[in-house]
Design a protein around this ligand. Sequence first.
Ligand code: SF4
Ligand code: SF4
Length: 314
Amino acid sequence: MKNDHELKALIFDIQSFSTHDGPGIRTNVFFKGCPLKCLWCSNPEGQKAIPELFYTKMKCVGCMRCAKACPHDAVSANNDPADVEKFGLVRHDRKKCNKCETHDCVRACFQNALSVTGEWMTVEDVMKKIRRDSPFYRNKGGVTVSGGDPLLYYEFVEKLLRTCHEEGINTVLESELCVPLKNLEPVAPHVDLFLTDLKIVDEQKHIEATGLSNRQAIENLRYIARNYPGKIFLRMPIIPGFTDADDNIHAIGAFCAENAISRVNILPYHKLGSTKHERLGGEYPMPDVKEPNDEKMRHIADIFQSHGVECKIN
Ligand code: SF4
Ligand code: SF4
């Protein structure tokens, strides 16, 4: 166990006045690093547990100041017009950039086309921002830790949420729960609401879509349902071809009923994170998948309700 003052976590965003991830007005703290690699991820900057270079092609004028500043020869001009439209006027060697500690290119860019996502912060750094927002929480709001997956930094999160509780601040943990139980156990007593999901019940299909087995998540969900009854709120992304099959929805509905999970929100697939993949130097992995229509969403809600589970469409 590290001393409190040594605890640091990589945070990629802190959003004030959020109203989507828990009750009331909230401060959302996003942790960088996730054991899953969901193909449809809308926060791809939350996947790798390292600071990463963000490149905004629309702002880049191709001046090559970044190339001159880079000590690792990681920047090259992009001379293929088809590629320029997709990736911008310069390309970055991400293998080199992912190991870079100085990010000299960011300071060299006068167009603000470059930035770094991910900052190592202490619990006190984060608490300062939370305390600044706390007058707006009133009686319902509070703090939501999200990501990525905050449970990768469980010692940090335990301390952060414990401090919130000591100061009378409501806490929500948003996690995929694909971590060992030892990461969840110390954090759970300091959580007022668990926002989580179960995407795919079939283990093999879960591995194909996310890169990881769902066994640990299912075990952890059962652990929470047993030890913290009534505190789970399931939010399920409806991804055509991945999570939306009737047999999958029936299996999740039955799991909810079995574990007294009474509320589910279903979230229709969207492509809002697609440009972030490009800003990180990659490509969106599923450009051809279409958003589910209203009829499909209502059909899925009906399946949940047939298992006695209250289901809302977001
Ligand atoms: S992040 Fe580092 S390695 Fe990459 S372009 Fe910038 S200075 Fe070079
Ligand atoms: S990223 Fe910035 S410094 Fe690099 S070429 Fe584009 S505008 Fe110039």
